[in-house]
Structures are given as structure tokens and as C-alpha cells.
Design a protein around this ligand. Sequence first.
Ligand code: ADP
Ligand code: MG
Length: 226
Amino acid sequence: MTLLEAHDLHLSFGSTPALRGADITVREGEILAVMGPSGSGKSTLLHCLAGILVPGQGEIHFDGRRVDTMSETERSSLRRDRFGFVFQFGQLVPELSAEENVALPLLLAGVRRSKALTEARAWLGRLGLDGLGARTSGELSGGQAQRVALARGLVARPRVLFADEPTGALDSLTGEQVMDLMVGSARDEGTTVVLVTHEPRVAAYADREVIVRDGKVLALTAEAVG
Ligand code: ADP
Ligand code: MG
């Protein structure tokens, strides 16, 4: 069943076209890899699907709702209530501890602080970070920080996790650990994942793969690539 789909997306940054008629379909529960060279429009496509950017032209539908015509407030609620995010550089809030970072999405959703922190610690434990909750990002290795970011992306049980080059800043072994945890958790939770990467090794974790080139989604490979 289709959960998220976009049709004929166009978006330019000034005179630079980033999307030029992109179509994509994301099925409920799948891990979809979005591949393609640097500058091809992968991040822009992810930002449109996630309601962060509004395309200049085209339609986006999530779970029966039209995303591209929503107000900023509606898109912001949609992101908070339904979507989780992991970016290349964890982007943890440096002043907050690991568990406070993980608790943030729950606090924004109105969960009381003690409950949010308990949930956050449980997620840190699931991702192998027991006992590291009090550390700030400066006191964590790159791989640990990215696992904290993953915990933060999943703690509010999103319908869709958007991951943009989630292992791009990690060495290959640490990247594999992060991908194993991301895929394992997503499968356990039934979370749909849109995984942007230019690394074939990372895309191999996905159920299906699409390729972006020059702002268009070019090719669909066979059903299973991983
Ligand atoms: P990818 O993620 O595949 O590397 P992007 O979606 O980031 O590609 O970028 C697509 C195109 O849009 C590139 O030409 C890039 O330089 C341009 N671009 C992306 N973001 C911006 C921005 N904020 N301002 C101006 N140009 C941008
Ligand atoms: Mg990118």
C-alpha cells in the first residue's frame, strides 16, 4: 500500500533547478533507498516529501492528505506527529545531554518531562548506549552521537523516518553498526524509511531503490536489492 507519493515535483533555488519533474512512491513499511550522484536533487526531494520544503510545482500525498498545499502550521504538525529525521551530521543540540536530545520530540508533542526522559533512556539502551544518557554530544564519538540522533528520530514512533546520508560522516564499520540498528529498529516498529544515500553499500539495506539524476527519479530496480 502506498503511504507517501509525489508527482511531477519541480523546485528551483533561484536559477538553479534542483527538481525537474520528480515522481516517487513510498510503500507502507518499506525501506526505500534514494540513490544518485551528489547534486542530483536527493536531499531536496527528501525535504519536499517531509514537508520541509514546498515544491514550486507538483503534488505530494501522505496517508491520504495533500502535503504541498498545507499551511506552514499544518506541515509543522505533520512533521512533529508523523515524521522522524536523521541527518548526516547528527545535529544534536550541543547544550543538552544525550537523553534530553532524545526526549525532545516527545517534549514537543506534550509528553511530560519525566516520562519523556524515561522513554529516551529506554531508546538509548535499545541502541547500545546504556549509561551514556548524561553526556553531551562533545563527549560522544561520532558513531555514538549518530545513534543518539537515531534514537531521537525514532522515539516518537514516526510513521516515516527520513534519513539523509545517515552514515556519511562515519567510517564504514561504524556506519554498518548504525545501519544495522536503523534497519532493525524500523523493522521492529514497522516504520517506513526513506533513506537518501550515494553509497551502494548503504542502499543494500533497503527493500527497493530509486535513482535520482538531474532532478528526476530515473529508474526503479527490481523489487529486492538487499
Ligand atoms: P543531493 O542531495 O543529491 O546532493 P541537493 O538536493 O542537495 O542534491 O541539491 C540539488 C541541487 O540544488 C544542486 O545543484 C544544489 O547545488 C542545489 N541546492 C540545494 N540546496 C540549495 C540551497 N539551499 N540553495 C541553493 N542551491 C541549492
Ligand atoms: Mg544531499
